[in-house]
Design a binder for this molecule. Structure first.
Ligand SMILES: O=C(O)CCC(=O)C(=O)O
Ligand SMILES: [Fe+2]
Length: 330
């Protein structure tokens, strides 16, 4: 095996998209480097450093304070109370026709030969989750289509994410996932187990189901109240940069069952949740699960932006928070 393919395989195994992530993901597994890596990232996400790294994003939020309508306020209140709010695209944005447009766009992207090839061979080229085929992938070259950008950059969505996070956030990640159906007996991988994401102290994820997702098609599940600052926010805390993966069954033993909430829903279901609270999902056994995924995080977040925007002219009319979200503004 040559060095390039060994590097590629290792990056895949460690879910690394950049050399920095590869180093971080590799060293954190090897004592004594692990000690220093944890120390470094714990310090980076400590309140003082976090506030320092977010000086500008806090300032911009202060200068462009969102005015929330009552529906948006409910979302923010739910996020603060439970870490999750489940709605639909129509209900939140009153955007008749946008779902259909996004489904057509996603379908065209899925039909591209590079994506079809992964689906036919039943293996994703990116990451440890072999069954999650990504339309843009870890090294995206394809530009994000306008309809997708218009949803994730909608001021109403940004205002919710920013009000919850307390900063003018950046969209760190954007993709469409096509989860291949698996056999029930296949071993669980990575985010199918309960976990807290590792990237920041708080993190808003937007999932928009583009296919109907029932109990067997890998719905996201969330343990309400486990978001940082929530009633169970400090149980099995995040240990940056590795997040938190408690032993199987531990959360079921320690927390009330009714807090474990499974988000099955038809196409058009929109989830907004803090991924630093416990969640899991993605294992479908009956049909592909297709969804749009976006992540909103602060300037202290560990990972770089991972999507490609071309035709930058189309972003000239964005609001200040919109421009900030995609680094058209620093
Ligand atoms: O695929 C899922 O439902 C969960 C994915 C996940 O853990 C994440 O995006 O952080
Ligand atoms: Fe996650």
């Amino acid at each position: 095996m040559n060095v390039a393919s060994l590097l590629y395989k290792t990056m895949r195994r460690l879910q690394a998209r950049t050399l920095g992530q590869l180093l971080r993901g590799g060293l954190v597994r090897v004592w004594p480097f692990s000690y220093f890596v944890h120390r470094h990232y714990r310090a980076r996400l400590s309140p003082d450093r976090w506030n320092n790294l977010n000086k500008r994003s806090i300032e911009i939020l202060r200068d462009h304070e969102p005015t929330l309508n009552s529906a948006q306020q409910t979302v923010v209140d739910d996020l603060k109370a439970d870490g999750i709010h489940v709605t639909t695209l129509d209900r939140l944005l009153n955007a008749n026709g946008l779902l259909k447009e996004l489904q057509i766009e996603a379908d065209a992207l899925i039909q591209r030969p590079e994506v079809r090839d992964q689906i036919e061979h039943r293996v994703s080229k990116d990451g440890i989750k072999w069954y999650v085929v990504r339309v843009f992938g870890f090294q995206p070259t394809l530009a994000v289509p306008a309809s997708i950008a218009s949803l994730v950059l909608d001021d109403r969505v940004l205002d919710i994410a920013n009000s919850y996070l307390g900063v003018c956030s950046r969209i760190k990640y954007l993709d469409i996932w096509y989860n291949l159906p698996c056999d029930e007996g296949d071993p669980s991988v990575d985010s199918e187990r309960w976990h807290r994401d590792n990237e920041d102290n708080q993190l808003i994820k937007l999932f928009l189901y583009l296919s109907d997702v029932d109990e067997k098609s890998g719905p996201l599940s969330y343990v309400r109240g486990t978001q940082p600052g929530g009633r169970y926010g400090s149980i099995y805390p995040n240990n940056p940069p590795t997040g938190s993966f408690p032993p199987d069954g531990a959360l079921e033993n320690d927390l009330p069952n009714e807090e474990m909430y499974s988000c099955a829903g038809d196409a058009g279901t929109l989830l907004l949740y803090d991924a630093c609270g416990f969640h899991r999902g993605g294992r479908t056994t009956n049909k592909p699960r297709i969804m749009l995924v976006a992540t909103y995080a602060s300037d202290a977040a560990l990972d770089p932006l991972t999507y490609t925007l071309q035709n930058r002219k189309q972003y000239e009319d964005l609001s200040v928070p919109g421009k900030f979200a995609i680094r058209e503004m620093n």
